[in-house]
Design a protein around this ligand. Structure first.
Ligand SMILES: O=C(O)CCC(=O)C(=O)O
Length: 287
């Protein structure tokens, strides 16, 4: 696999993001999409403790082997290693799915606002496209260089169309004209820093827009709000030990993984819910 070039690494730290990076073939992306849609169909009947939508939206890598495999794919890890170094852990993962011709959006926000990890650069998000991700289908939009500021104030809007837990929105002016459209083809990915101002619009296209956001940290990251926190070691070693490690699931939704899912959800909710001015969305731990 091809590691990031020095120029790409410099661009990431200058802009706060990097794209497009091809991490798998279009055929492989199509196969993963079929697997995802098979899981959606198989569990639509509600024979799990929570709605299948919750498991996909928050931490699917804990309960679904195809997601942990996707997150730990060599090409993905090689790129992330260029940013975070050789020791990599997966702190979280989220499918962001916007159905065809729907109004769901993501408001302008900085990821690190509610993660309890502080304003650290020891994290990055790898967002992997499993469908066409265009302006029409509601691609992400990034403001270059905005990761160089601290965490700015956010307001909770709790908007019904917002995919975020509190509909959190940056309270300062964001100049939309400065934003870059992060257009991706199936099998491509972007990387973004957790302080970067970003948002995404509605899906006006005739197909679903599907992406998996994998939240990587290195062992220097620290959970500052929740009493304990969890991470999956993806590469290298953890010489710091600030996170409880767990293994990738062996089978979809096995009993051990379902129990672990609840433990992680409970622990991470403590950070996500801190200071909330209302009830979190139904998918209470949406980030
Ligand atoms: O998928 C989207 O539209 C937004 C995702 C996002 O905010 C993130 O991955 O941090």
């Amino acid at each position: 696999m091809v590691a990031l070039s020095n120029a790409q690494i410099e661009n990431y730290w200058r802009d706060g993001f990097l794209f497009p990076l091809r991490v798998m073939s279009p055929e492989k992306a199509a196969e993963l999409r079929r697997t995802l849609e098979g899981v959606e169909a198989r569990y639509a009947g509600g024979d799990l403790p929570h709605d299948i939508g919750l498991y996909l939206r928050t931490s699917p890598h804990v309960v679904l082997p195809f997601v942990s495999d996707m997150a730990m794919d060599t090409a993905v890890l090689d790129a992330v290693q260029g940013i975070l170094g050789p020791d990599l852990m997966i702190w979280g993962a989220d499918f962001f799915i916007k159905e065809a011709e729907t109004t769901k959006i993501v408001s302008w926000h900085q990821d690190l606002t509610y993660w309890g990890l502080g304003a650290t650069s020891d994290q990055t998000t790898a967002w992997i496209a499993l469908s066409d991700v265009s302006v029409a289908s509601g691609c992400m939009r990034f403001v270059a260089g905005s990761h160089k500021q601290a965490i700015v104030p956010h307001n909770d809007t709790f908007g019904a169309d917002n995919l975020l837990s509190r509909g959190q929105e940056i309270a300062v002016e964001v100049d939309e004209a400065d934003a870059t459209d992060i257009v991706l083809s199936p099998g491509e990915m972007s990387l973004h820093h957790g302080l970067l101002f970003h948002a995404s619009g509605p899906n006006t296209s005739a197909d679903r827009r599907i992406g998996l956001a994998v939240r990587f940290i290195n062992p220097n990251a620290r959970q500052e709000v929740a009493e304990r926190d969890y991470a999956m070691l993806a590469r290298g070693v953890d010489r710091v030990g600030g996170f409880t490690h767990f293994a990738a699931p062996a089978r979809a939704f096995d009993a051990g993984a379902l129990a672990l899912y609840e433990e992680i959800r409970e622990a991470q909710r403590a950070a996500l819910a801190e200071g909330a001015t209302g009830e979190l969305n139904t998918y209470a731990d949406r980030m």
